[in-house]
Design a protein around this ligand. Sequence first.
Ligand SMILES: O=C(O)CCC(=O)C(=O)O
Length: 200
Amino acid sequence: MTLLRVRGFDIHKGCLEPARQAALIEALRPVLKAAPLFSPVVPGGGQMSVRMTSAGKFGWYSDASGYRYAEAHPSGRPWPAIPDPVLEIWRQLTGLEREPECCLLNYYGEGARMGLHQDKDEADFSYPVVSISLGDDGLFRIGNRTRGGKTESVWLNSGDVVVMGGEARLMYHGVDRIRFKSSRLLPKGGRINLTLRVVT
Ligand SMILES: O=C(O)CCC(=O)C(=O)O
């Protein structure tokens, strides 16, 4: 494992060995069954290319009226619990007593991307966001605390974990593209990103 620090983002390359990555995928199967992926609509009216769902007390949700955390999946059912192997990574890397209340699961199929944005719908920015990459490689772009300016990019591979805390917590970031089918972790290809967040 190597620790790479880019603009305050702690990038733990190779943090999760292949067996642990496979165990995470197994642990996520029941989450995806209970709370199927959906394609959120963004406030401007467009649809995100990433499909998503969540686990935990809150799930991240977006529709024409805005971004927010919701206590139920669009089906009306509560979100499933965050699987233990996922919480274990949060504990290992943050050492915090407080546990995340949301595990947002983003699925990037071929051609999916996520524009530069800040994670700022949470109440307390002193808690980090922990981001886990599984499956295909994703080109992660890191910007600044305000929109614009120079950016830096780094490829995130399956098993990498990024901790966005301190100065990095409110920095713009996004995913420009994935290398579809670069990994064999997911039988149909694609990339799963999990972000763990303390919401309230
Ligand atoms: O997919 C990623 O690596 C980043 C995801 C992200 O930025 C987010 O969920 O806010």
